[in-house]
Design a protein around this ligand. Structure first.
Ligand code: I85
Length: 356
């Protein structure tokens, strides 16, 4: 018998004691997540600073906390310190205490560098670190599904800061859980599709990695609208057909290895797109310390387009939402060309006596 449910060994439960007994909540808002607000707080005993995410207690929030908890322990994922279940003015809340990232967002930091100071080797190091996080998640059958610049934060403003991924508000377990706990197949004969359509949620993360890598190397996204509006029909079709290029002068000195890796990640066909294991094995990632130290235009380009960066972010947020919906729908297999025997019979019957 095949058991697909995860064991309870690692299940954690929120504390029911009062968070405010242990932490002092400050007025400083650090940001707004999909499911809740992030504020600063400090441990009353140690005075150590933390980030606190406040979520209304509901099944979606439970899932976010559960998946984030399971992902904690990776060097490149923002770690959960504590979770509380407290009532706030009549509302049951989940309070997630996280390590506080004080170094700001990835691209802000690159923009702040002086011209040419950001090199292809540094871009490779950044990509390597993000890939470590994604590999960790995918190996635990978790897809993040919201990989974007705003969710990549540095630990400190210092030069030796560590880059970490945050926000599990859209994360999804990619293994179908057998909720009835009654496996009706033996593993020897089970067809892969019965084990669940897990491929596309993970490949959504790889597409995002491709977009992030592209921006890292030049300072602008691979797909953008010509007329400044959010997402034009033209842009939609360019994304669908994978129409982007590596224009001069920004890309002139960038290695072919980097461009080939981007092409593998921005493959429009999710089943042909690289997996995280393949990306990690790619020498541009695996041997990032050997990547040429070519100065990039990224810092200057980011600075020059500072005013439109919010639009770039909104665009990425929107295309991630579209991707999540599209891939959720791919579970429904197209029947037109299916070779299923029952369908073949039905088709034959319909040929004989067509429905009205
Ligand atoms: N520290 N997406 C954008 C923040 N430490 N931030 C966002 N979802 C989350 C905010 C809006 C990410 O789950 C978010 C989440 C968690 C954090 C988070 C976690 C841990 C931080 C939404 C900071 C910070 C602290 C001090 C200084 C600075 C930033 O945000 C800065 F350097 F910017 F001044």
């Amino acid at each position: 018998m095949l058991k697909t449910t995860t064991s309870n060994v690692n299940d954690r439960v929120p504390k029911t004691t009062l968070l405010v007994d242990d932490y002092e909540i400050s007025n400083t808002v650090l940001g707004l997540g999909i499911n809740g607000k992030v504020v600063q707080c400090s441990n009353r005993k140690t005075q150590q600073k933390y980030a606190l995410k406040v979520l209304l207690d509901n099944p979606k929030a439970r899932r976010e906390v559960d998946l984030h908890w399971r992902a904690s322990g990776c060097r490149h994922i923002v770690n959960i310190i504590d979770v509380y279940e407290n009532t706030y003015s009549g509302n049951k809340c989940l309070l997630v205490v996280m390590e506080c990232m004080e170094g700001g967002e990835l691209f802000q930091r690159i923009q702040d560098k002086r011209d040419g100071a950001f090199t292809e080797r540094e871009a490779a190091q950044v990509m390597h670190d993000i890939c470590v996080a994604v590999h960790y998640l995918h190996s635990k059958d978790i897809a993040h599904r919201d990989l974007k610049p705003e969710n990549l934060l540095y630990t400190t403003p210092a030069p030796n800061a560590i880059l970490k991924l945050t926000d599990f508000g859209f994360a999804k377990e990619t293994l179908i859980k057998d909720t009835l706990q009654t496996p009706c197949y033996t593993p020897y004969y089970v067809a892969p599709e019965v084990l669940g359509p897990e491929k596309y949620d993970k490949s959504c993360d790889i597409w995002s990695l491709g977009v992030i890598m592209y921006i890292l190397l030049c300072g602008f996204p691979p797909f953008y609208s010509n007329h400044g509006e959010a997402i034009s029909p033209g842009m939609r079709s360019r994304i669908r057909t994978g129409q982007y290029d590596f224009p001069d002068p920004e890309w002139r000195n960038v290695s072919q290895a980097a461009k080939d890796l981007i092409k593998g990640m921005l493959n429009v066909n999710p089943s042909q797109r690289l997996t995280i294991v393949q990306v990690m094995r790619n020498s541009w990632i695996a041997q990032y310390t050997q990547v040429p130290q070519t100065p990039l235009h990224t810092g200057r380009m980011l600075k020059e387009s500072e005013d439109t960066w919010p639009e770039v972010q909104e665009e990425m947020t929107r295309s991630l939402a579209t991707m999540r919906v599209d891939y959720d729908q791919t579970h429904i297999k197209p029947l037109d060309n299916s070779e299923n025997n029952l369908l073949k019979r039905r088709r034959k019957l319909e040929e004989i006596s067509p429905k009205a």
